[in-house]
Design a protein around this ligand. Structure first.
Ligand SMILES: N[C@@H](CCC(=O)N[C@@H](CS)C(=O)NCC(=O)O)C(=O)O
Length: 223
């Protein structure tokens, strides 16, 4: 099977969950990273250089034997199935994995709403407000979903859900999102422990070494 994974050259969770799954499963794929200029053109005309169709003018997009598949969660499941990081014979576990991926989407949508302000102070204030209210509420709910002493979010093995939450929370705890404090995980020890477990996974370390810029701020997972 010929796979081309298209996204920007940044380790955002939407792409990382699929890219890392393929890497962890030793599935061969082309890791195609577009420039900002190419991304703007994709948004405008739904195509990467006339070669790959991008159905909803959004990234990530996965090209499977020449056919385009869009939408983060669907792509994540597709990659997870190929790499044994998504339950294929256990519908309940699959549903649980899905709920965490969709949770990551919900949080991302909330953040992007606050990113719309062009005025920097307005943007910061809206994030402060968002963090104090909706985000904290949501993270408390997520914390409650995690069973005590669980190494992974679902079942006894790492799944695409863990990868998604690790990168989502890494982004949010990096301190680089103005208005969101970098110590957020200190309030959610079970989420933090999942993130630490992912961060320490041998294959994750290998991927980080291979693709992340030196000293990249992966988030604040300190206990
Ligand atoms: N529903 C899509 C949303 C993807 C999305 O918003 N991607 C961003 C980049 S992280 C994008 O392409 N934005 C451009 C746009 O929405 O026009 C998904 O789940 O993949």
């Amino acid at each position: 099977m010929e796979l081309v994974f298209i996204y920007l050259d940044i380790p955002f969770w939407r792409a990382e969950v699929g890219r890392i799954a393929l890497f962890m499963g030793d599935v061969n794929f082309r890791d195609l990273r577009v420039t900002r200029e190419e991304f703007l053109k994709i948004k405008e005309n739904g195509s990467l250089n006339g070669k790959f169709s991008i159905p909803f003018h959004q990234l990530p997009c996965l090209i499977v034997n020449g056919e385009s598949i869009a939408q983060t969660a669907g792509i994540a499941r597709f990659c997870g199935k190929l790499s044994n990081l998504y339950p294929t014979n256990d519908d309940k576990s699959a549903g649980l994995v899905d709920q965490f991926i969709d949770f990551a989407t919900d949080i991302t949508v909330l953040i992007s709403q606050s990113s719309k302000f062009s005025d920097i102070e307005k943007k910061r204030l809206s994030r402060v407000e968002l963090y104090k209210n909706e985000l904290s509420r949501k993270f408390s709910m997520l914390e409650k979903c995690i069973k005590k002493d669980n190494t992974w979010l679902v079942s006894s093995n790492i799944t695409i859900a863990d990868i998604a939450i690790w990168r989502l929370m890494g982004w949010l705890s990096s301190g680089e999102l103005d208005g969101v404090p970098n110590d957020i995980l200190s309030n959610y020890p079970k989420i933090r422990d999942i993130c630490i477990n992912v961060d320490n996974h041998t294959k994750i370390k290998a991927w980080v070494k291979k693709t992340y810029p030196n000293e990249y701020n992966r988030g604040n997972f300190i206990k």
